[in-house]
Design a protein around this ligand. Structure first.
Ligand code: THU
Length: 137
């Protein structure tokens, strides 16, 4: 059975409670599902005293997904939980796009409920991908 959106939301809310965000005070939780699996994979942001070392919640979840399920995964849904609804940053959209198609649903949510679902195409309409690398003469 494919995990339902509410299951992803609950996991993202829980993951957000683990956020390590002493510098920004901005806690983020993410949860995603992958095609052909019942797994729910979550992540939270992990900040660093060297600010550039900070890793966003979505990228933690994507890295966990690859580490746990291998490199051939396709992400089928993402739910992001913040105090007020906010989209993934550009870097996270790029990383998500490595393992997803343009119709990937990305739901913005808060700890009290779901807000709105966009597709990856909505949020990152023109993407750099491996096809661009292949066009390199
Ligand atoms: N953050 C995420 O976890 N995901 C995003 O898509 C945007 C930003 C985190 C990084 C940092 O810990 C905090 O939010 C403030 O930028």
């Amino acid at each position: 059975m494919i995990p339902e959106q509410k299951t992803l939301w609950k996991a993202a809310v829980k993951a957000r409670e683990q956020a390590y965000a002493p510098y920004s005070g901005y806690q983020v939780g993410a949860a995603l599902s992958i095609e052909g699996s019942e797994a729910v994979i979550s992540g939270c942001n992990v900040e660093n005293a060297s600010y550039g070392g900070t890793i966003c919640a979505e990228r933690v979840a994507v890295c966990r997904a690859v580490a746990e399920h291998g490199p051939d995964i396709r992400i089928s849904a993402v739910v992001l939980v913040t105090a007020t609804p906010a989209p993934p940053c550009g870097l996270c959209l790029q990383v998500l796009s490595e393992f997803a198609k343009g119709d990937l649903p990305v739901t913005l949510a808060t700890p009290t409920g779901m807000h709105r679902t966009y597709t990856l195409d909505d949020l990152l309409p023109i993407r750099f991908d491996n096809a661009n690398l292949e066009q390199n003469p």
